[in-house]
Design a protein around this ligand. Structure first.
Ligand SMILES: [Zn+2]
Length: 339
């Protein structure tokens, strides 16, 4: 694929609130459906294709179905009908999680988009924090090579950026070789040489995410602490004091698991983070490499959250999709010009 020359500027959105999807669609396949199956004349078919508005599921599905497909090749062919490049259009989709931090930048972005010919489509869908979190885990799982242990650190980084967007994770993970649980910090993180020490609350969040990402690819999940079943994992979290930290008093493993997922998926820390001093102001104090004593209170990413036994399992979230149809329209015009 040629590099995109006119990407949208998403810099106003907090990290982790926008997900980008890209898919190819075969115009020859669509054209065939419209002319052969629906019996439209060629000219009518082109007019219909131009109006074609794919669904959010089609645009964001992990496994594309006809007439959509995914390809990393520079000269892709349609896997269904073997059509060449001029028949293939690229659709880029930006999924924005609705909420306090994204509503204003989203409205500003949509306002700036060109209106002509529906070059951009905007779609909406109702979802909730739990569904979004599991979709996110699925997508993440598909990008990893589980045979290479480097994914463990990468999963930790991607998750922490999403969950605690105000922290300077770029600095925390630069040239990182190992991830450890800190026995001294009660919150936040610190670097010591090539090692990153996470306070127990952050460490256990990461352990949970590693388990969740890998559990569909292995029996149990695979984590920094090796292969774990759910029961192994919950035992560690309990003995490590993490369940107490979260105020989870119940015993039933299934219910505990749901509470934990709700905690990982929840958006309340992102909002709490917005009220904190900026990560820039805080960073100088924390990354000098020498371990600091617990309780010195410089980082608040993982401040003891309120008890969550009464917390709802999932919060409704509205998802907004911006679909870039520019390449699609250009390809349709090109085909019509050729007749
Ligand atoms: Zn095709």
């Amino acid at each position: 694929m040629a590099a995109k020359s006119n990407e949208l500027d998403l810099s106003a959105f907090p990290a982790g609130t926008v997900t980008e999807y890209s898919t190819l669609v075969c115009l020859a396949c669509i054209f065939k459906i419209f002319t052969k199956q629906l019996g439209l004349a060629a000219r009518t078919a082109y007019a219909e294709i131009k109006r074609y508005a794919p669904s959010t599921d089609e645009l964001t599905a992990p496994n594309a179905v006809r007439p959509f497909f995914d390809s990393e090749e520079t000269n892709p062919h349609c896997p269904y009908c073997n059509a060449a490049k001029r028949w293939l259009a690229r659709l880029d989709t930006y999924r924005i999680e609705g909420g306090k931090t994204t509503d204003a930048p989203r409205r500003a972005l949509v306002k700036k988009l060109p209106q002509k010919d529906d070059q951009f489509l905007t779609l909406e869908k109702k979802s909730d924090t739990r569904a979004i979190f599991f979709e996110w885990l699925d997508t993440l799982g598909q990008t990893f090579d589980f045979a290479d242990e480097a994914w463990l650190i990468e999963a930790a980084r991607i998750f922490l950026v999403r969950r605690h967007p105000k922290e300077n994770w770029e600095e925390a993970f630069a040239n990182l070789r190992a991830l450890r649980r800190s026995s001294r910090l009660s919150e936040g993180w610190e670097r010591d040489g090539a090692r990153l020490f996470l306070s127990p609350p952050l460490y256990y969040e990461v352990l949970l995410v590693q388990y969740l990402v890998s559990r569909s690819h292995a029996h149990g999940g695979y984590t920094m602490e090796g292969r774990l079943t759910l029961m192994d994992l919950l035992r560690r979290l309990r003995h490590g004091g993490y369940l107490d930290t979260l105020g989870i008093k119940i015993q039933d493993p299934g219910e505990v698991f749901e509470k934990l997922v709700a905690h990982l998926a929840g958006d309340e820390p992102a909002q709490a983070a917005a009220a904190k001093p900026s990560a820039k102001a805080a960073k100088k104090k924390t990354t000098k490499g020498v371990a600091k004593k617990a309780g010195k209170g410089k980082r608040s990413a993982a401040k003891t959250p309120p008890a969550i036994d009464d917390e709802p399992i999932s919060e409704p979230v509205r998802l907004y999709f911006i679909v870039d149809r520019r390449d699609f329209l250009a390809k349709v015009r090109g085909l019509r010009a050729r007749g």
